[in-house]
Design a protein around this ligand. Structure first.
Ligand SMILES: [Zn+2]
Length: 192
């Protein structure tokens, strides 16, 4: 049987309500947590301060988790390394029951589910390297340090060509004639 790196043996706490145990563990993340632009990558280390309390019907686990998220700024794609910490509290029952989400199995409780849920819930959808990140210059691909001015030259060359045609009168604006006639008709009705 392969044991999850998030699994903790609680044999000494079973059937001993009122007993408490504290321990520290480092978990090397076996599988990336988080699907977005910021995540705990495979191989990242989670430091966990764990308190286990034995109750009549199960073990209450309180885990203070901290580690470093990695990923990229959603605007400029710069690499990010952000500290993350959070507290996870979960009851692991001895007996299976409809209302029970987590169980103590083979003297083990597995912290992976609750930790994963807590991390994913808090991950920013669009992480930024700094609050006012201006993103990348679409022309140079460099990170912008000040707001970009919109130069005339940035007009799509195809539009530029069309603009030239309009100015030279090569394209007649037929559409206008119709609406003018309508407007005239309306105003003459008003007078009548
Ligand atoms: Zn950025």
């Amino acid at each position: 049987m392969t044991t999850s790196p998030y699994a903790v043996n609680v044999a000494t706490l079973i059937n001993r309500p009122g007993t408490m145990r504290e321990l520290e563990l480092d978990v090397t993340v076996p599988e990336r947590i988080g699907e977005g632009m910021l995540y705990f990558d495979k191989g990242a280390v989670l430091e966990i301060d764990l308190r286990l309390e034995s109750l009549v019907d199960g073990v209450l686990a309180t885990a203070e988790v901290s580690g470093t998220l990695t990923g990229q700024c959603s605007r400029c794609l710069q690499d990010l390394a952000e500290p993350w910490s959070g507290t996870v509290t979960e009851l692991y029952s001895f007996e299976e029951d409809e209302s029970v989400e987590y169980l103590v199995k083979n003297d083990l409780l597995d912290l992976e589910g609750p930790i994963r849920d807590a991390v994913v819930l808090e991950l920013p959808f669009q992480p930024l390297c700094e609050p006012g990140c201006l993103g990348l210059d679409p022309e140079t691909g460099e990170k912008l340090t000040e707001p970009r001015e919109e130069p005339e030259a940035a007009i799509d060359p195809r539009w530029e060509q069309l603009k030239g045609l309009l100015e030279s009168g090569a394209v007649e604006g037929d559409a206008d004639t119709g609406s003018d006639a309508e407007a005239d008709a309306e105003s003459s009705e008003d007078r009548g």
